[in-house]
Design a protein around this ligand. Structure first.
Ligand SMILES: Cc1ncc(COP(=O)(O)O)c(C=O)c1O
Length: 409
């Protein structure tokens, strides 16, 4: 017998993370299962952004580069992100988009493995990763891309002594399947190559440990609730910080930016990965959210994430048997997302949204549901599974108004 709504209420009453829901401004009447795409708005964010606009900018103007710490935001924010990926101070820099950070990491890693000209990529990765690798391979010299598919059985075959680096996501954006980072990193290192991890779907959802990885990067607008277009981050392992070069060698990564020297000299440490002026207002929003994350125990987040995703799968197994699950059933092998495959996935998601349950659709036929443990309750999961089962059983998605594609799916 699947868990009842009353039992879900009891689970919510015992949830050690239950007080965090109050930190978020959630519109009434919806179950938001899209925190794996754009996290919810923290209640403290508007005030923090307003303060940055009205006081730091409006009153103190350019002095705020010093007095409000604007100049140092990429490093200070990076240091706050570091514990969320198992990194230490001085190892993470916040800024740019994930796509730009991928380019910087790939371009920094390739010269660290001279004589090797192959980049291993994964065709199931989020497309921007592959697109950026294509651009980098063309721009940076005679590099070849070798594609593997998920899961990684073909990784060992692909890992020859010509491989310079491997770029993979820990969590698959469509299926939610999670890789064992330590094991994959060890396989890659055994072949003499460098490992770059994309942690977009991991940060704030899993108890991430960059471990021996060489570089890592990720976004902060999903589970970390940094806001639309929030700064991304790049991690550079301490052992590479001396030798790694930032190809986008702008003045914010210069050793002495206010000496205005004619030629580039890299700053020490991870700071050299900065390029141009930081979007200060976006950092304000991200830092408001990171105030919340400071009080969060990631083991509790991971445990609740596994419980919520398991509950959703169990409920749907019972309420709508036969639905094709795309996510691993083993909670240890998935991130904080559950996906199903359905030939009419897009209208299903639209019909569900009309019933107050927000998920999304990814080509060719994935319907995705993200479970953000800080603000989702067990009752929300119950209500969402019930609504999805109803949309499917009554074929409510057949209404033709749900067929028309919006720009963002
Ligand atoms: C794995 C992964 N990498 C990168 C991105 C997006 O990159 P950017 O932050 O540059 O838009 C996403 C977006 O969902 C993603 O899932």
């Amino acid at each position: 017998m699947a868990t009842s709504r009353t039992e879900c209420q009891a689970l919510d009453a015992q949830d050690p993370l239950r007080s965090f829901r109050e930190e978020f401004s959630l519109p009434p009447g919806i179950v938001y299962l899209l925190g794996n795409s754009l996290g919810a708005l923290p209640r403290r964010t508007p005030e923090r952004v307003a303060r940055t606009v009205e006081t730091e900018w409006g009153v103190h103007l350019g002095a705020s580069w010093n007095t409000a710490g604007w100049w140092d935001l990429p490093q200070t924010t990076g240091d706050r992100l570091a514990p969320l990926i198992g990194a230490g101070p001085g190892q993470v820099l916040a800024g740019d988009s994930t796509s730009v950070c991928i380019f910087k990491a790939v371009a920094a890693a390739l010269p660290l493995r001279p004589g090797r000209n192959v980049i291993i990529s994964d065709l199931d990765n989020f497309p921007t990763d592959r697109y950026v690798v294509e651009g980098a391979a063309q721009a940076l010299g005679a590099y070849e891309i070798r594609d593997i598919g998920s899961p990684d059985e073909s990784l060992d075959e692909a890992l020859g002594d010509d491989v310079a680096l491997v770029l993979l996501s820990q969590v698959d954006y469509r299926t939610g399947a999670a890789r064992d980072m330590a094991a994959v990193t060890a396989r890659v290192h055994a072949a003499g190559a460098l490992m770059i991890w994309d942690l977009c779907h991991s940060t704030g959802a899993l108890n991430v440990d960059v471990g021996d990885a060489d570089f890592a990067l990720g976004c902060t607008y999903k589970y970390l609730n940094g806001g639309p277009g929030a700064p991304a981050y790049i991690y550079v392992a301490p052992r590479h910080q001396e030798a790694a070069r930032n190809v986008l060698s702008g003045w914010h990564g210069h050793a002495a930016p206010f000496a205005f020297e004619s030629h580039y000299r890299p700053a020490d440490g991870v700071r050299r990965f900065a390029s141009g002026s930081p979007p200060v207002l976006s950092y304000a929003a991200l830092n408001a959210s990171l105030d919340i994350w400071e009080g969060v125990d990631m083991s509790e987040v991971r445990a609740k994430s596994q419980a919520l995703t398991s509950l959703f799968i169990e409920l749907l197994d019972e309420l709508h048997p036969g639905l094709t699950l795309a996510t691993p059933r083993d909670p240890g092998r998935r991130g904080s997302q559950v996906s199903y495959r359905h030939p009419d996935g897009y209208p299903v998601i639209r019909a569900l949204a009309d019933r107050g349950v927000v998920g999304d659709f990814r080509e060719p036929d994935f319907i995705r549901f993200g479970f953000a443990p800080l603000y989702l309750r067990y009752v929300d999961v119950h209500d969402a599974a019930t609504a999805l089962a109803e949309v499917l059983a009554k074929e409510l998605w057949r209404d033709e108004k749900y067929a028309r594609r919006l720009t963002v799916t």
